[in-house]
Design a protein around this ligand. Structure first.
Ligand code: NAP
Length: 281
């Protein structure tokens, strides 16, 4: 099996490495070639999306957003019959558009966004939310098994992206909620770390609160999930909700993230939204 892997950013680089380590032949391409070079020990670094895809039977995309994926897919121009595992988070409208592009090209489309961040990606501990045609499963499984601890097959293409948005609403709520509790503590003259200490081990606890909360308290935000992409994900949640449900929590996270991005923190971790929560900073 030969895999063309497009996008070797925070998530894509360890995913491509793990696919190669599982014994599949991998050709990687990244717009900024320097980010693909470190994979040269385990994979072939291609000079273009088209040369990565040439002769590959499986294409994986792990790029920032829908427009980037559409552009890379068009440039790759995979042969009819290629299996396309679209693992970036692109939301519902773009998933439909990409599925249509795949159909036009005679490519088999699997919508397969992932749960997990930098460390789970490095440790092959992601969760894949897969959806697409039944016949794609046998060929997709070795790739998913190489990057993930669990794959859920959820029905026709688009269902994976739907569940991904549901999960992202939760991630945004946890991160924004942690920031607001820490910020409120600071404003009320309560030692902020007492919030994390007090939830620890009880029914109110969440591992994510400690990871993101520790970053907020340290003021250091090395990116696991860049704030710019988290803002994009918040927009996707709000757009998908439409008029059917009031996702006020996601909108609050979106506004804090967008403020952080505007202030120049888009490449730092999403926990940096704490700076927007603290009005005095
Ligand atoms: P990242 O490190 O910022 O990587 C983004 C990738 O997209 C890079 O390879 C970048 O290329 C490429 N890209 C951006 N715009 C492009 C364009 N116009 N044309 C071609 N390539 C373009 O982000 P990441 O964290 O790996 O995220 C990748 C995807 O996974 C996103 O959809 C994200 O929402 C999703 N995701 C992320 C996490 C997480 O915790 N990080 C978790 C789950 C899902 P350059 O290197 O040239 O900029």
């Amino acid at each position: 099996m030969s895999v063309a892997f497009l996008g070797t950013g925070i998530m894509g680089a360890p995913m491509a490495a793990n696919i190669a380590k599982a014994g599949l032949g991998v050709r990687v391409w990244n717009r900024t070639r320097a980010k693909a070079e470190p994979l040269a020990d385990v994979a072939t670094v291609a000079h273009s999306a088209a040369s990565a895809a040439e002769g590959a039977d499986t294409l994986v995309t792990m790029l920032a957003d829908g427009p980037a994926v559409a552009e890379a897919f068009e440039a790759a121009s995979p042969a009819p019959g290629t299996l396309w595992l679209q693992m970036s988070t692109v939301g519902l409208d773009w998933t439909d558009r990409l599925a249509a592009a795949a159909e036009k090209a005679g490519v088999v489309f699997v919508d397969a966004p992932v749960l997990g961040t930098r460390q789970p990606a490095e440790q092959a501990q992601l969760q894949v939310l897969a959806s697409g045609p039944e016949e794609a499963r046998p060929k997709a499984t070795p790739v998913f098994d190489a990057v993930a601890v669990k794959t859920q097959w959820l029905g026709p293409a688009g269902q994976g992206s739907r569940l991904k948005l549901v999960m992202n609403a939760w991630v945004l709520a946890l991160t924004n909620g942690t920031a607001e509790s820490l910020g409120l503590a600071a404003a009320l003259g309560v030692e902020p770390s007492l919030f994390l200490e007090t939830i620890k081990g009880g029914g109110l606890d969440a591992g994510y609160a400690h990871v993101k909360g520790a970053a907020m308290l340290s003021g250091e935000y090395p990116p696991s999930f860049p704030a710019g992409l988290a803002a994009k994900d918040a927009r996707l949640v709000v757009e998908a909700a439409g008029d059917d449900v009031d996702v006020a929590g996601a909108r609050a996270a979106q506004s804090h993230l967008e403020a952080a991005v505007e202030a120049g923190h888009g490449e730092e971790d999403m926990a940096v939204l704490y700076r927007a929560v603290l009005k005095s900073r």
